[in-house]
Design a protein around this ligand. Structure first.
Ligand SMILES: Cc1cc2nc3c(=O)[nH]c(=O)nc-3n(C[C@H](O)[C@H](O)[C@H](O)COP(=O)(O)O)c2cc1C
Length: 170
């Protein structure tokens, strides 16, 4: 796909089918993630890939226990998707390193769309940062979680503010 088409067609997907992602597809997506620019080329990202259904469910259950009802839909996505990528960071400079990891996540979800793989960027996961650091024995900050999988239906476009509302020119 053209880059412009990939950007236009990417969506947050909250319904997945049963088809599993192959390991080589996940590796391909992560290879694009690590091509991202990063402050001082620190490459502060670290990805934990969770494919095991029981593990995905126990992460989703834990998140659901600690959350209000608005998080339930996200927990179901975590159970339903093929693969969860937990995104951690080594933080030396909070803004620079988190922005760098954000760039790697954007590359990840764009490459996914390019391969017809659906994704959801999950921020609610931060509610269980301490538990996940302990579970995976990592002394890093949790930044986000990305659900990946196949879908029968990419939803329609969500609305955006106009360029006029979010920019000024001098
Ligand atoms: C940092 C970040 C955190 C997000 N966290 C969640 C989340 O926890 N659950 C969820 O359903 N969507 C989450 N989203 C997806 C947004 O809701 C979505 O991007 C937005 O509504 C626009 O829709 P679109 O991605 O389809 O264009 C998150 C997106 C970003 C960038």
């Amino acid at each position: 796909m053209e880059l412009s088409t990939v950007i236009e067609e990417r969506r947050s997907v909250r319904h997945y089918n049963n088809k599993k992602l192959e390991r080589k597809t996940v590796e391909d997506i992560l290879k694009y993630a690590i091509m991202s620019p990063s402050a001082k080329n620190r490459q502060p990202w670290y990805f934990v890939v969770v494919e095991d259904q029981n593990k995905k469910e126990s992460i989703a259950d834990l998140l659901e226990q600690k959350s209000s009802d608005e998080v339930k839909m996200t927990c179901n996505v975590m159970r339903e998707c093929s693969t969860l990528v937990l995104v951690f960071a080594d933080i030396e400079d909070m803004i620079m390193d988190v922005v760098s990891v954000g760039a790697s996540i954007e590359n990840m979800i764009l490459r996914a769309r390019d391969l017809d793989v659906a994704s959801l960027w999950i921020g609610f996961i931060l509610k269980i940062e301490e538990e996940l650091k302990k579970e995976f024995n990592l002394n890093k900050r949790l930044v986000s979680c990305i659900a990946l999988g196949y879908t029968d239906h990419f939803p329609s476009k969500r609305p955006r503010k106009t360029l006029f509302e979010v920019s000024e020119w001098h």
